[in-house]
Design a protein. Structure first.
Length: 265
């Protein structure tokens, strides 16, 4: 009986070890559906060539991908830029770090009830993202179009309270980023993140975007993020190698330009 129990124990131990080894070969990455999850799908063969399985977990918000990464449910995430990551860490006490800048998504001005900027009327309603960093970018874009002036002391943290001149009396409406496309029928214009514009199938309608050579392009590149301490893990190294590849550069250029632009060297 003791021998049987010992054999069963050994078999269970081997089984558990095998399961653990199998799980360790799965790389779980949280991502926004477009373009992030699609770009990750393009590198799946590169991940598999290393003997790993890529599991892409899609999110439609900007909170859960970070909390899940902090809690260890993900190995990495790919949906945000460094200013937002820093803001999230400070606000939530998380410990996430950037390990690779991959692409830039210029914010774009899209038409709603009003077709062109030439038709803009005083009092027009313009929806903008309400999260800290993207709101500042949206205001900067409106300023670059000559529609408002923003306090020059504010850079990455400007809000509508920092608008110092609004000659057209524009009604700037702060909206959760993922809901901006849906607001278009109710506003004159909306400034929308590239990933949500892609998901909404409206990129061909864009009226203006942030300059690809602007400070914003350098500052707001979308990144691969991991939890602090995992920067040099095997899984992280495999992800960095795959996402830095020519495969990604070619895929982004062929499928998304100019609403998504590679910043890979």
């Amino acid at each position: 009986m003791k021998k049987i129990i010992l054999i069963i124990s050994l078999l269970l131990a081997v089984s558990l070890t095998a399961c653990t080894a199998k799980e360790d070969k799965v790389i779980r990455v949280g991502a926004s559906p477009a373009p992030h999850a699609q770009i990750l799908e393009a590198i799946r063969p590169l991940i598999e060539a290393k003997g790993y399985t890529l599991e892409i977990v899609e999110f439609t918000d900007y909170v859960l991908p970070n909390t899940n990464l902090e809690e260890g449910q993900l190995d990495a995430n790919y949906f945000q830029h460094v200013p937002y990551l820093n803001y999230f860490n400070e606000k939530n006490g998380t410990h996430l770090v950037s390990v690779l800048a991959i692409h830039f998504e210029p914010l774009g001005l899209y038409p709603g009830k009003t077709a062109t900027l030439a038709d803009l009327q005083d009092g027009a309603k313009i929806a903008i993202p309400n999260d800290a960093t993207n709101e500042a970018r949206a205001l900067s874009l409106l300023q670059s179009l000559g529609l408002i002036t923003v306090d020059p002391a504010k850079t990455t943290d400007a809000t509508i309270l920092d608008v110092t001149s609004n000659p057209h009396h524009l009604d700037l409406i702060e909206i959760v980023a993922e809901n901006l496309v849906a607001t278009l029928p109710d506003v004159d214009f909306a400034i929308i993140n590239g990933n949500y514009a892609l998901e909404g199938g409206i990129t061909a309608k864009v009226l203006a975007t942030e300059d690809k050579d602007s400070v914003a392009a350098q500052t707001y590149a979308n990144i691969l993020a991991v939890k602090a301490g995992n920067e040099t893990s095997k899984k992280t190294k495999i992800l960095i190698e795959a996402l830095s590849s020519q495969t990604v550069k070619d895929y982004v250029a062929a499928n998304y330009y100019p609403v998504v632009i590679s910043v890979l060297k």
